[in-house]
Design a binder for this molecule. Structure first.
Ligand code: UDP
Ligand code: MG
Length: 316
């Protein structure tokens, strides 16, 4: 019987410091799995170069020359982690039966891939890699991530706690994923929507092996906003409830004004007037901002631009 082919998809953006080590580790892991008969010999490591400005691509090109199991896709520009990952998944889905995505920085334990593949053979289509603890992340990163997961859950977005983008997907799961045609990609939210049989494997997250995080605070924030507004219309509903509450409060004030008028205490309260003016003005602006966020999304979806442009492929 022909063995299932595995593709390990690795998005890379300016990862020259860590790539040699990553390649070594991934090749070792792949070899272990091939030798154990878990996956076929045609299995590959697929690097997606996300418009790096350092020598990442030259390195990758070198690896493809040295090692038969290394393949690469070079995107024409920087499209961001999620889009780069999607590019890799799409290429891999044409050749592989099993696809595992992992970050280039070796923060995720490479060796649990064996367990993931075992779960696949037991019939799972999606296997999440879940971090057991985040001791090595900074206090800020740990807590902001926790708050974010909680908020997402409150807003009704299904996502797996402490799971990033380290996961196994079968070819049919990836094919299904590709039917979600949206441009504001938040894979962690979409993958659970794909359905199919899922399971998780657990590991300890370690520090970045080399180089710096490619997610500065600004990118993290926009990622979080994206995750929420791409999946939930609750913020808009909140504006609506706020509107209802304000109308009720206004009714109360009307009663107060009428009583004041008839009891002859009318010309009162410049302060309260100016206060409510500012307050309501502020609320209107917040409402507009939230609605604007959604209109912005509609705008981008409607344009239906390609997610990325492949410049070159090395597949062997
Ligand atoms: N990455 C990417 N494009 C970007 C930013 C990041 O392909 O614009 C890749 C990066 O090379 C890494 C992964 O996405 O493989 C996750 O990034 P990083 O480890 O810096 O994020 P963190 O772990 O700090 O959240
Ligand atoms: Mg990382």
């Amino acid at each position: 019987m022909k063995k299932d082919v595995l593709y390990i998809v690795v998005p890379c953006y300016n990862e020259q410091e860590v790539l040699p080590l990553t390649t070594e580790r991934l090749r070792d892991q792949l070899k272990t799995m091939v030798d154990a008969g878990l996956v076929g010999e045609e299995s590959r490591i697929l690097y997606v170069n996300d418009g790096s400005t350092d020598s990442t691509w030259q390195l990758i090109e070198g690896f493809t020359g040295q090692h038969q199991e290394v393949c690469a896709v070079k995107l024409a520009g920087n499209v961001g982690h999620q889009n780069a990952l999607m590019a890799g998944l799409e290429v891999a889905a044409e050749r592989a039966d099993i696809i595992i995505s992992i970050d280039a920085d070796l923060q995720d334990d490479v060796s649990v891939m064996t367990e993931m593949v075992n779960k696949y053979h037991q019939g799972c289509d999606i296997v999440y890699g879940v971090r057991r603890q985040r001791k090595t992340d900074t206090w800020f990163k740990r807590n902001s991530a926790k708050a974010f997961y909680k908020l997402m859950r409150r807003l009704g977005v299904k996502s797996i706690y402490n799971h990033a983008d380290y996961r196994l997907m079968s070819r049919r799961a990836v094919n299904q994923l590709m039917k979600y045609r949206e441009r504001n990609l938040f894979l962690r939210g979409i993958v659970p929507l794909v359905g199919y049989r899922t399971d998780s494997v657990y590991y300890d997250r370690t520090e970045r092996a080399a180089g710096e995080s490619k997610y500065p605070l600004s990118k993290m924030l926009s990622f979080a906003v994206n995750g929420i507004t791409s999946f939930s219309i609750k913020p808009v509903r909140m504006v609506l409830s706020l509107g209802v509450i304000f109308t009720l409060v206004a009714l109360g004030i009307l009663v107060y004004v009428l009583i004041a008028y008839f009891s002859g205490r009318a010309v009162s309260g410049w302060a309260s007037l100016i206060l409510s003016l500012w307050f309501i003005g502020g609320c209107v602006l917040i409402g507009l901002g939230i609605v604007g966020e959604y209109i912005g999304k509609i705008y981008i979806e409607v344009k239906d631009r390609p997610r990325y442009n492949v410049e070159r492929q090395i597949l062997q």
